[in-house]
Design a protein around this ligand. Sequence first.
Ligand SMILES: Cc1cc2nc3c(=O)[nH]c(=O)nc-3n(C[C@H](O)[C@H](O)[C@H](O)COP(=O)(O)O)c2cc1C
Length: 364
Amino acid sequence: MGAFYRIMSRPLLGLQDSEKAHARSLRILGTMEKSSVGRGLIRTLSRRLVLESHHFGMDFPNPIGLAAGMDKKAQSLLGWQEMGFGWMEYGGITAVEQDGNPRPRMFRSRQDRALINRMGFNNLGAEKMAEILQQRRDRNLWPSVPVGANIGRSKSSTNEDALKDYLATMQALEAHADIFIVNVSSPNTPGLRNLQSGGQIENLLAGVTAWRNEHSKNPILVKIAPDLSDEQIGAIAKVAVDTGIDGIVATNTTTSRNTLKSSAKFTQQNGGLSGRPLRKRSTEVISILYQQLQGSIPIIGVGGIDSGESAWEKLTAGASLLQIYSGLIFEGPGLPGAINRSILQRMELEGITSLNDVIGKDVV
Ligand SMILES: Cc1cc2nc3c(=O)[nH]c(=O)nc-3n(C[C@H](O)[C@H](O)[C@H](O)COP(=O)(O)O)c2cc1C
């Protein structure tokens, strides 16, 4: 909850008589207005307020989140918050501990501002992660912003047994995540992306929401690939709503290598491509989803966000929240703050006072 809210609205809520409360809030504002320090405070605090949003029953101080894969072991949750992220996702985590693919498995092209990775869900496994996360809580190192857990399917499992595998991880991490993200779109676990097709996605999503309805209050999001056809995207959106999924993360990395300028040494690496070359398709996927969902569940936009402009593009295409990975690699730790400042400036310029009024405004 923002400091502005605490200063201005707490007195209001604490009093029964709303007129008196209103007067009291105005007195506080009047006092603050009289000094340049006070005015600066109002400006700063209300700026923060304007980027706040509320989804899944949670407050997000700003829309910029850390995308999955950056902090697979949840080693720096508080650090991300200090860096200016309004929320974050750790993982991907699988039920079974995995080494992932042999190294090298991550490649960088400065020319294309892109990464190719074939990590293959290297992670400690759900049980060990739960222990680490509990220790973090015990040492008071838990962030105050929402934390998501990205859940993948173990390589040793099969798509037929996928539900059991996802549920084992969700059960283990239930106390250590505010949001679950069901990842069916990593290109680096053989067959995983087939879970996005017809009956398979329906069974999986119906299964995880049925489990959640009995055992957890956590919202569940599904993360999809950019390489689906527009029809497949529409079909998944329908299944997500029908099965009670709370939001869609669009998108994961792409297997496409179109439009790259780098040499074959980079472009011919197997794995998922992320960063600037993904930007356009990921924005397209968001607007297809937005047109179909009509605001019924939020879209989380990810793919090639590395500037205020690219973030604005995702919001106006229909994303309510955003995430970044590759942009952080190329632009550095100032990126979340710079993007937030840029969004605020753009809102001021266009006379928009609430982030909600930016979402989907460019979709006709
Ligand atoms: C090295 C690396 C590892 C990743 N691991 C995961 C993962 O475990 N689960 C997942 O859902 N996405 C994973 N991603 C995908 C990102 O979360 C994100 O969807 C993708 O990189 C596009 O965003 P970007 O262009 O800002 O990087 C990974 C990406 C990279 C580069």
